[in-house]
Design a protein around this ligand. Structure first.
Ligand code: BGC
Length: 768
């Protein structure tokens, strides 16, 4: 059904248009019945459907739906096909539950492991997060259900999340905080994008003309509608001007009236309102093309949730105890074994269709094995020595101990940030006490973000990162422990040794209304690489029950043009005795660049399944953007001619093959020389060199004649040692040409400014 939107808009009254731009309820758009404009229903998101039965209620318990693993676990699968499949399943549930748009996925970066909502986000790396978000969106939307990519943008903490201003420079914005959104928008065209609550450089996410209009809509070509996060609008008219189409939740009569009055008084151009109306109508009518109702396959979706959880678990340590073999008695310790901790608190909280309890799932797989249970720790922050003593007694009499340790909700949830990386005191004491009596011990973690382990990791045999693994995760854990599934997940975020090592440590969480992103580009592994800091587990890391060898790495061309990109190929062999999956990662290192760049950046990956002894050739494409960086003065992505290293690795810290290729930049960059440009900048620009070259030589000769040269130059043209103990040219090259000329003013026939203005006229007329 193609609706003539223009004709609908032309028949709408100003009041109807303003009302359409604000929700009718907590979860729906405002219908215009007389014109056949239906209502559209949205629901959270992102790892399940939280369909509240009454659209007027924010708080009611939602209808049962599959709780899939949360984003930290999803990301550790590095599996774009699986995320697409999950997207299909989410869409089926939306259709069954009468939901038009699912509010997710989240594509914010994990700036600090303390971020309360990190469990809802994919990664510290924008490339990985973008690929995963795009797949999930494609999966959902391919079934005619919309998504809302959130929270756009730079929404990386819960502390003062409604008001704080994230102070971030444009390059960092473009290279770190926006690319996951950009990739998802360009590759998957989400129907809606949700703005962030916070301010970005002083302007609310809901009023951000730069982000919403200039970048999202104009540069990236986003055709959908921008919705506010719930309660993120402060000034409805300013938000419309910024590019925010739809305010939620509703109803908000005062806001509607404000829009009407702003148009009547001429403060708001009606054409701007019409544009938002058009965007909303387009999505509302599109949503109605998918008939709703029916049922979804509860069993099949639970099974899919199990499969995804199993792929996302990361085996962090294994001294050989896993997979579990012929043990007669297993002591199962920890509240989370009987009470699965499979999701986080807040808006993403799903009412699951069922829950696989870890202890029961062990029982179902362990024939002729005695399984005993001790709770081990309370769910609050109290310290209970009796619970530890009981667990120790149990562990002592067993062949092996499994400790299910969940980071409690009071330490991690939407709404507040973590204050440390630690488990509770009781949990740490429990692990240490059990390890003393039972060295054959596995710690299974359920958490949404890294925890510190230095206090106990050396005492235990194995650690499995089970994440907030969704409703079927209990079964997935049992499968991995018993070797029915060979773990293959790899970390999508670094596990630091300690909080003080983390990139945002000195600038977290901010205060007085601002949080300064002082670490700039250097978040996650980009930071640890640069600082040469040891970490607990690096980005991209994860163990398997088999091993993999890499070899025969090749690059499609030794010399290539940026626009053509490259293909990297490597052979991966399963050198162990069980089938397994390996996640191959390609990082790019620019050998030389005008502006500082991270040591290496992930630009491609592939997941490959291999039988024992099998070899497969893996090819990974690298495009223009794999080599480019955002130059804030050129205001565009640029490449520089030169050598790039292509690092093929099993993790960010385990590079197996290195290749080098030479890039030829095809860009013709505009000339950005101005009154403040230094001599070095003039000489680095080919047009600048042509114009300044002769004068530069004169200045150099004159300077050396006047001041002499420092001895290290050895070549004393006038026999004098440097008059001021240094070679003054070393300093002068980084002075603006105009300032250098000021010092020569006596020898000049015109003022220095006029002279540079003349040079600038010449340089800008040379075709730039
Ligand atoms: C959250 C969003 C969520 C919305 C609706 C907000 O508080 O930040 O992620 O989609 O509520 O529940």
């Amino acid at each position: 059904m193609i609706t003539d939107l223009q004709s609908v808009i032309s028949q709408m009254t100003l009041e109807e248009k303003a009302a359409l731009c604000t929700g009718a309820s907590a979860w729906s758009t405002t219908p215009v019945e007389r014109l056949g404009v239906p209502e559209m229903i949205v629901s959270d998101g992102p790892h399940g459907v939280r369909r509240v039965p009454d659209v007027h209620s924010m708080a009611l318990k939602s209808l049962p739906a599959t709780c899939f693993p949360t984003a930290s676990c999803l990301a550790s699968t590095w599996d774009v096909d699986l995320l697409r499949e999950m997207g299909n399943a989410l869409a089926e549930e939306c259709i069954a539950l009468n939901v038009d748009v699912l509010l997710g996925p989240g594509a914010n970066m994990k700036r600090s492991p303390l971020g309360g909502r990190n469990f809802e986000y994919f990664s510290e790396d924008p490339f990985l997060a973008g690929e995963l978000a795009a797949s999930l969106i494609n999966g959902i939307q391919s079934r005619g259900v919309g998504t809302s990519l959130k929270h756009y943008a730079v929404n990386n903490q819960e502390f003062q999340r409604f008001s704080i201003s994230a102070e971030v420079d444009e390059r960092t914005l473009r290279e770190i905080y926006l690319p996951a959104f950009e990739k998802a928008v360009k590759q998957a065209k989400p129907w809606t994008v949700m703005c962030s609550y916070n301010k970005i450089n002083g302007v609310y996410g809901s009023e951000q003309h730069h982000l919403l209009t200039e970048i999202l809509k104009e540069e990236w070509g986003f055709e959908g509608l921008v919705v506010s996060d719930w309660g993120a609008v402060h000034d409805r008219v300013a938000a419309l001007k910024g590019g925010l189409d739809w305010e939620m939740p509703g109803p908000q009569d005062r806001r509607v009236r404000a829009v009407v009055e702003a148009v009547r008084s001429g403060q708001l151009d009606e054409a701007l309102l019409d544009e938002s109306v058009r965007r909303i109508l387009r999505i509302v009518f599109k949503a109605k093309e998918t008939p709703k109702g029916g049922a979804f396959d509860v069993d099949a979706h639970h099974e899919l949730a199990r499969k995804i959880a199993a792929e996302g678990m990361v085996l962090l340590k294994n001294d050989g105890l896993l997979p579990l073999k012929d043990h007669q008695h297993i002591a199962v310790i920890g509240h989370a074994a009987e009470n699965a901790h499979f999701q986080g608190g807040g808006s993403s909280h799903i009412n699951p269709t069922r829950v696989a309890m870890p202890f029961k799932e062990l029982q179902a797989r362990a024939d002729n094995v005695e399984l005993t249970y001790a709770e081990g720790y309370p769910t609050d922050n109290s310290f209970r020595q009796d619970m530890i003593d009981q667990a120790v007694t149990l562990a002592q009499s067993a062949d092996v101990a499994l400790l299910y340790i969940a980071l409690p909700t009071f330490k991690e949830s939407e709404g507040y940030d973590r204050t440390d990386l630690d488990l509770t005191d009781q949990q740490v004491a429990l692990i240490k006490a059990v390890a003393k009596v039972q060295p054959r011990m596995v710690v299974v973690l359920n958490n949404g973000a890294p925890v510190a382990m230095s206090a106990w990791i050396d005492d235990v045999s194995a650690v499995l990162e089970g994440w907030m693994m969704g409703q079927a995760g209990g079964a997935a854990i049992a499968d991995v422990l018993f070797g029915r599934v060979n773990p293959c997940g790899k970390l999508a975020e670094t596990f630091p040794l300690k909080l003080a090592d983390t990139p945002a440590y000195l600038n977290w969480p901010g205060g007085a209304g601002k949080v300064r992103y002082g670490e700039g580009l250097f978040i996650g592994y980009r930071y640890y690489d640069e600082k040469e800091l040891p970490v607990l587990f690096p980005f991209g890391y994860g163990l398997s029950y088999t091993s993999f060898a890499y070899g025969n790495a090749k690059v499609s061309a030794k010399n290539f043009k940026d626009v053509n990109g490259l293909t990297v190929t490597v052979d991966v062999t399963n050198t162990g005795s069980v089938a397994g999956k390996e996640i191959v990662q390609v990082y790019v290192h620019d050998q030389k660049s005008a502006l500082v760049r991270p040591e290496k950046e992930l630009k491609g990956f592939a997941k490959v399944e291999l039988q024992p002894g099998e070899t497969k050739s893996v090819s990974i494409q690298l495009d223009f953007r794999a080599f480019a960086y955002y130059h804030p003065e050129y205001k565009q992505w640029i490449t520089e001619t030169g050598d790039f290293d292509l690092l093929i690795g099993a993790s960010a810290a385990d590079i197996r093959c290195r290749l080098t290729a030479t890039l030829e930049s095809t860009l013709c960059l505009p000339c950005i020389l101005d009154m403040e440009s230094t001599m070095r900048e003039w000489m680095a620009d080919p047009r600048g060199r042509q114009v300044l070259g002769a004068l530069y030589e004169q200045i150099e000769t004159q300077t050396r004649r006047t001041f002499g040269e420092a001895e290290r130059y050895g070549n004393k043209k006038n026999g004098n040692e440097a008059a001021i103990g240094m070679d003054i040219m070393d300093m002068m090259v980084d002075m603006p040409v105009v300032s250098v000329l000021m010092f020569q003013q006596g020898a000049l026939t015109m003022p220095a400014e006029e002279m540079v203005a003349g040079l600038l006229r010449q340089v800008h007329s040379t075709g730039a």
